[in-house]
Ligand binder design. Structure first.
Ligand code: 5GP
Length: 210
């Protein structure tokens, strides 16, 4: 049972390049959302800060966490392991704090299937077009064309999971996208959930993957 005094969980997932990380930061800065810090075996990128963006660990440490059943969820993404540890999340939620997760569809599925006693709202973020996605992926720290191609392919596979989310939002304008998410969260908290146009999203996904 979801108790009003408990915090809520909000998951934002998206294929790489849809602008999700910026949205997570906005939601956390402007609202009382704590960003869940994941563990990963990926190497830090230039602008990343240790223990803030991620807890960077090696495979042995990661496997130790799996063995000790510390993860709420974990998954392999682009050949690296990523996972969310249970105790900091549960502690915050019980303390009435809201937690936001920037995790992929595998992690979102695992958390959903756990059916925890906390309210969970899941969002899937889509880029406005294939061209913009390509541009965003090319402008990242992945100058290597092969990596961009690989992520475009990965995109076509990952995007199919949109159907398992509560809401799907197209990120054509960061501020508008933020407002939509914020309003949907408020509606959910006030028990007045809104639906979204699945047919429109389906045809948008078809265009993105055609
Ligand atoms: P990046 O390496 O670009 O930071 O993240 C790659 C992907 O891994 C993103 O889709 C991100 O949402 C996902 N990810 C980050 N942390 C976690 C986590 O703890 N669990 C899962 N399942 N996915 C994660």
């Amino acid at each position: 049972m979801f108790l009003k005094k408990d915090g809520i969980m909000v998951i934002l997932s998206s294929p790489s390049g849809a602008g999700k990380t910026t949205l997570v930061k906005l939601l956390s800065e402007r609202n009382n959302f704590n960003i869940s810090i994941s563990h990963t075996t990926r190497k830090p990128r230039e602008k990343e800060t240790k223990n803030k963006d991620y807890y960077f660990v090696d495979e042995t440490e990661f496997n130790e966490l799996i063995k000790n059943d510390e993860f709420l969820e974990y998954a392999k993404v682009f050949n690296n392991l990523y996972g969310t540890t249970k105790s900091p999340v549960i502690k915050r939620l019980k303390n009435g704090e809201n937690v936001i997760f920037d995790i992929d569809w595998q992690g979102a599925d695992q958390i959903k299937n756990k059916k925890l006693d906390f309210k969970l709202i899941t969002f899937f973020i889509l880029p406005p077009s294939k061209e913009i996605l390509f541009e965003r992926l090319s402008n990242r720290d992945m100058k290597d064309k092969l990596i961009v191609d690989e992520r475009m392919k990965e995109f076509s596979r990952d995007v199919l999971h949109w159907i398992n989310y509560d809401y799907v939002i197209i990120n054509d304008d960061l501020e508008k996208c933020y407002q939509k998410i914020k309003n949907l969260i408020d509606n959910e908290i006030n028990n007045t959930p809104k639906s979204y146009d699945k047919n429109f999203i389906r045809s948008h996904v078809e265009k993105l993957t055609s």
